[in-house]
Design a protein around this ligand. Structure first.
Ligand code: PRX
Length: 560
């Protein structure tokens, strides 16, 4: 059974059309940065604003497509002068400053593999990712270097250069570099981005993406985000997460629209002011942010007017039906939920502008995307045909932005696929109208404020505290964050639970992992439930925390 003739599958592919909308490199090949910037810079869009940057301190800067082409060429020339060759890894760790965008695009122009990292990560997740990604050049700022990188500077053997974009030396190099650069001849199958994501076990996985993903980003910009030529687009995600790269950098630039970039963190007043003053017409945000806006009250939203706003979309975690209704109240339009993940590279399932939004549903597979619900076990795949029966969400492999591997983890990659279908690790159901509804994760990863957090990475950092023997980490439901990271720790002999020790472990975790990843709650446990083979049973920890049935405990170690 391959699902080809399923009635719910939309078979018309818009990808050929999207491919035709892209230019290709002169002489052949495809490079995201050429499509996103240089082809616009060479035509009538050269003087159009590509990035409208709003600084934390109320400064603002408009960067046109022409300027972005020149600035990214400077970065590309600097990388070249440092010996960056096709396939080398450039890691970008900056806040949302203009240099981040030029550093990323310059890396793509060089044929490098670009990996933007979240500036709120602590030193430990940074070191792990830079080493796993074989980072050769790190682009950062003086402040981030001092706060995060300095501590781990000797522990990243592949790193040959650190470029602090606001320091004298790097600045001189960037300023002296030529504004002309001939883009490396990349093909649609050549690597472009490396985005880290987490699983239940082990350290993060580097999902490898390719230049050909531009086709998907262009297509979904049209179909899922309804981008039109004159739009002012605002994606609130940070480029340290894939939404902030695919839709905060690539998709809007491919469409040649103006993208708003806000350097500051969430603030309800500030966000409403931006929507109004910048005349945002298409806004792509996340459920946690919407819930925080809802908490501030719809009256705050209604103090301003948003005549330019036409389309609101959301991604990354379940969007409560109330949030969709609240959109109607606050802005006079629903919020369009859509679904995808680091591995899919781009939006796969969405409530599009033309559809009736079903509040609480992620929408329907986009044209060209084949989705299904299935169960997989040792015996094979069982397809779910009946409406509303839950199973794993699967996607027919082969869409243009599909990840092409987990770096250095071939086996893990292979296990994601069976019979030509990609298994997402999400549980979902499809209703009789073909709408998909998110049910939960099939694994133990945590979604906190839209950020995917691997429990293993948190447990490893906790166990580096001198008093901690073992740690088990779960996502505890939280009305604002979706889930919050909660840790249970077992102490080494000779240590007694105390408030002081709890704070010491919390402080340790924050310093190592950064505030975005560290646990918000820590509880002491005398004996963490383990399987007979010694693995901590996070599911059981979670069930006990929530007072739910404990489920199958047949593998539980005695006495735990
Ligand atoms: O569990 C799903 C959840 O976020 C996961 C992907 O996270 P990440 O790889 O960080 O990708 C971020 C880019 C979107 C998914 O496997 N998720 C994503 N969108 C939704 C969602 N859960 C519920 N509803 C959504 N719309």
């Amino acid at each position: 059974m391959n699902g080809v003739d399923r009635p719910h599958i939309i078979r018309k592919s818009p990808w050929d059309e999207a491919r035709r909308a892209l230019a290709g490199l002169p002489g052949g090949g495809l490079n995201i940065a050429h499509e996103a910037v240089d082809r616009h810079a060479a035509g009538p869009r050269a003087s159009r604003v590509a990035l409208r940057w709003l600084g934390m301190d109320e400064t603002r800067r408009d960067i046109t497509y022409g300027e972005l082409a020149a600035l990214s060429n400077r970065f590309a020339n600097v990388y070249r002068s440092l010996g960056v060759a096709k396939g080398d890894a450039v890691i970008v760790l900056c806040g949302r400053i203009p240099e981040l965008y030029a550093a990323v695009l310059g890396g793509l122009k060089c044929g490098a593999v670009v990996s933007p990292l979240f500036a709120a990560f602590g030193p430990e997740p940074l070191q792990t990712r830079i080493n796993l990604g074989h980072g050769k050049v790190l682009v950062t700022t003086e402040a981030l270097y001092e706060r995060k990188v300095k501590k781990i500077a000797g522990a990243m053997p592949t790193l040959a250069h650190v470029l602090k974009v606001d320091s004298g030396e790097a600045r001189t190099m960037i300023d002296a570099a030529s504004e002309r650069f001939e883009i490396e001849r990349t093909s649609p199958d050549d690597p472009s981005f490396l985005h880290f994501t987490s699983g239940t076990t082990g350290m993060p996985k580097g999902a490898q993406h390719v230049h050909g993903a531009a086709v998907m980003h262009y297509a979904t910009g049209t179909v899922a985000l309804d981008l039109h030529d004159e739009d002012i687009f605002w994606c609130t995600a940070d480029p340290g997460w894939i939404t902030g790269t695919s839709y905060g950098i690539v998709a809007p630039l491919l469409h040649g629209v103006t993208s708003v970039v806000d350097e500051a963190e969430f603030d309800a007043e500030r966000w409403y002011a931006i929507l109004e003053a910048e005349k945002v017409s298409v806004w792509y945000t996340a459920p946690t942010a919407i819930r925080m806006l809802m908490k501030a009250g719809a009256e705050v939203a209604k103090r301003r007017a948003y005549p330019s706003l036409r389309f609101i979309a959301s991604v990354g975690e379940p969007l409560n039906p109330e949030a969709v209704w609240w959109g109607m109240d606050a802005f006079g339009m629903p919020i369009h939920d859509n679904w995808w993940q680091t591995e899919t590279g781009g939006i796969m399932i969405a409530n599009t502008a033309a559809m009736d939004v079903k509040p609480g549903s992620m929408g329907k597979p986009l044209p060209g995307v084949e989705a299904a619900i299935a169960h997989r076990d040792a015996k094979g795949i069982r397809w779910v045909e009946a409406p509303d029966e839950q199973g794993e969400l699967v996607l027919r492999a082969g869409w243009p932005s599909m990840f092409r591997g987990y770096l250095d983890q071939e086996e893990r990659y292979r296990k994601c696929f069976a019979q030509g279908w990609y298994f997402t690790g999400d549980l979902a159901r499809r209703d009789a109208d073909g709408y998909y509804w998110f049910v939960g994760r099939a694994d133990d990863v945590i979604k906190s404020a839209g950020h995917l957090i691997g429990p293993f990475e948190v447990e490893s950092a906790l166990m580096e505290h001198p008093a901690v023997a073992q740690a088990g980490v779960i996502g505890k439901p939280d009305p604002m964050l979706g889930e919050m990271v909660k840790a249970f720790v077992e102490l080494k002999p000779g240590n007694e639970p105390s408030e002081e020790l709890r704070l010491s472990i919390l402080g340790h975790a924050r310093k190592r992992l950064g505030a975005a990843v560290a646990p918000k709650e820590i509880a002491f446990a005398t004996a963490l439930p383990r399987t007979r083979s010694g693995k901590i049973m996070r599911r059981l920890l979670k069930a006990r925390e929530l007072g739910l049935p404990e489920g199958d405990t047949s593998t539980l170690e005695e006495g735990a």
